[in-house]
Design a protein around this ligand. Structure first.
Ligand code: GLC
Length: 530
């Protein structure tokens, strides 16, 4: 592995959602053995590393984001020895490994929460969490404040609804199975420093920080005044989002990350507007924060240019290059989000090629390189806790990957035939599989490989660099341009008719140009200027 502390600045990372990637032991749930066997595939894409969503011990209520032991491996996914093998194999393939850390909340089965429950009201154990008395109501006590859970309903549940003596409530911004840590208790910070060191000592290259902007809650836990709807990533609850004290956590974590050689990397799920999010990537805090403003956009040139410009301004103010992502395990797949039928397919392909040409780092979510659509998972098969609490299901982006054309073994996902995958795969899944796309030289899979090879060459030749800014513009309402440096630009046709491209040489395009040399609608071109 190259020793280069700046590698992350323009790295392309492949997000692995382990339970849906590859099932090595044949129980219908993806695991570490499956991932290990498919690492060469990931390396063949030309990415710089992987980000793995949680595989630590967990009751799996929120598919692993309810962690009961931060320093272990859930037997569902394998063993710590398998994780060590995976890390070694990834490094041998020149792939960095980034793990998820979930510091906002844990599982209600976490031993520290269990001991807080058992220790009773007034105990020091309860101060590790937000455990409070409620307000006395006429019939029942009422929760300590009016905060809403992201998954729907009140953000508070009674510790023991049946108890007449213990009438306290605990805070859970997500499901009741995910109690929030109390970051105002210094013991919580110390606990998480040990977690960081545990994985860094094992050799992991970085951590993705879940719900990074919400760890600190406003002092005194005041009610939300006015709109009280937190479904949009907590952004509309000012009492939990973006409290100033949270930056102290990342300064401390950066010192820990920097004390390793090579330095470890921190990437935050900071679901805020570009200007506020950029404050998390100041030189002594995280390295990267996902450009979520971008992931929320539709297929609209003006909106892309405006958001791109804001992100670039934020970057200039605080130094870190943007970190692009259009998909992840929480978002509707772009094929479905950008339009219906063929136009959605073309736009998702164009969107991904655009992303890979922009200055900064980029994350590809597993299956995005296959242009997988959002699946309408049958209601009875939905597993997302958000579905039961609020009627929104994220399962459609989490369906197991199709590896082969044969329906047996769930299109190559599972090692055993006849075992039902944890989410059902649609009957046409094989036509989108890796096997199908390997055989088709025009597939999006091959486009991604070509794009990443070219990106590497252009970087090596100094045509593009991680220090580039992006200069965004829209022409005739339909052609989006992002110019980086003097020699390279990304052009995206977002209108209804083919558009002329700026002078230069098209080195790659997501769809063939028209005979007149125009860029057709819903296509991206990388243009090299002489
Ligand atoms: C993050 C994760 C999401 C999870 C939530 C609660 O947003 O990406 O999947 O449900 O945090 O941990």
């Amino acid at each position: 592995m190259e020793q280069d502390d700046r590698w992350w600045r323009d790295a392309v990372i492949y997000q692995v959602y382990p339970r849906s990637f590859a099932d090595g032991d044949g129980d219908g749930v993806g695991d570490l053995a499956g991932l290990l066997s498919r690492l060469p595939y990931i390396a063949s894409l030309g990415v710089d590393g992987i980000w793995m969503t949680p595989f630590q011990p967990s009751p799996q209520v929120d598919q692993g984001y309810d962690v009961s032991d931060y320093c272990g491996v859930d037997p569902l996914f394998g063993t710590m020895a398998q994780f060590d093998d995976l890390l070694e194999a990834a490094h041998a393939l020149n792939l960095r490994v980034i793990l998820d850390v979930v510091p906002n909340h844990c599982s209600s089965e976490h031993p520290l929460f269990r001991s807080a429950v058992d220790a009773g009201p007034g105990s020091p154990q309860r101060t590790m969490f937000h455990i409070e008395d409620g307000h006395e109501g006429e019939l029942e006590d009422e929760p300590p404040n009016n905060w809403q859970s992201v998954f729907g309903g009140s953000a508070w549940s009674r510790i023991d609804p049946g108890s007449a003596t213990d009438r306290q409530w605990y805070l859970h911004l997500f499901s009741p199975d995910q109690p929030d840590w109390n970051w105002r208790n210094p013991a919580v910070g110390d606990y998480f420093e040990d977690v960081l060191r545990f994985w860094f000592d094992r050799g992991v290259d970085g951590l993705r920080i879940d719900v990074a902007h919400a760890l600190f809650k406003a002092e005194g836990l005041p009610d939300v005044v006015g709109t009280n709807d937190v479904v949009d990533g907590l952004r509309s609850n000012p009492q939990v989002s973006d409290q100033e004290e949270v930056h102290g956590v990342y300064r401390r974590w950066r010192r820990v990350a920097d004390s390793y050689s090579p330095a470890r990397v921190l990437v935050g799920e900071v679901n805020l507007d570009p200007e506020r999010a950029a404050r998390y990537t100041r030189a002594d805090e995280m390295h990267q924060a996902f450009a979520f403003a971008f992931a929320r956009l539709g297929w609209d040139a003006t909106a892309w240019a405006a958001t791109g410009t804001d992100l670039d301004a934020a970057r200039r103010a605080h130094g870190a290059p943007p970190t692009w992502a259009l998909e992840n395990h929480d978002l509707v797949r772009t094929v479905t989000r950008f339009g219906s039928g063929e136009c959605g397919v073309l736009r998702a392909r164009a969107g991904l090629l655009a992303l890979l040409g922009l200055p900064g780092g980029a994350y590809i979510y597993q299956g995005q390189e296959l242009n997988l659509p959002e699946v309408d998972v049958p209601v009875e098969a939905r597993m997302d806790p958000m579905w039961t609490r609020s009627g929104v299901s994220r399962d459609g982006a989490r369906v197991p990957l199709p590896w082969t054309t044969a329906p047996g073994c769930s299109f190559g996902f599972s090692a055993t035939d006849g075992v039902a995958p944890w989410l059902p795969t649609p009957p046409d899944w094989g036509s989108r599989s890796v096997e199908t796309q390997e055989r088709d030289e025009d597939s999006i899979l091959q486009l991604v490989r070509t794009a990443l090879t070219l990106r590497r060459h252009l970087t090596k030749d100094g045509v593009i660099s991680s220090d580039d800014g992006g200069d965004w513009s829209v022409h005739d309402g339909a052609l989006l341009l992002c110019e980086r440096g003097r020699q390279f630009l990304v052009a995206v046709a977002m209108g209804d008719t083919p558009v002329p491209l700026p002078h230069g040489h098209v080195v790659l395009a997501s769809s063939p140009l028209t005979v007149e040399g125009l860029l057709p609608p819903d296509a991206t071109a990388w243009v090299l200027r002489s």
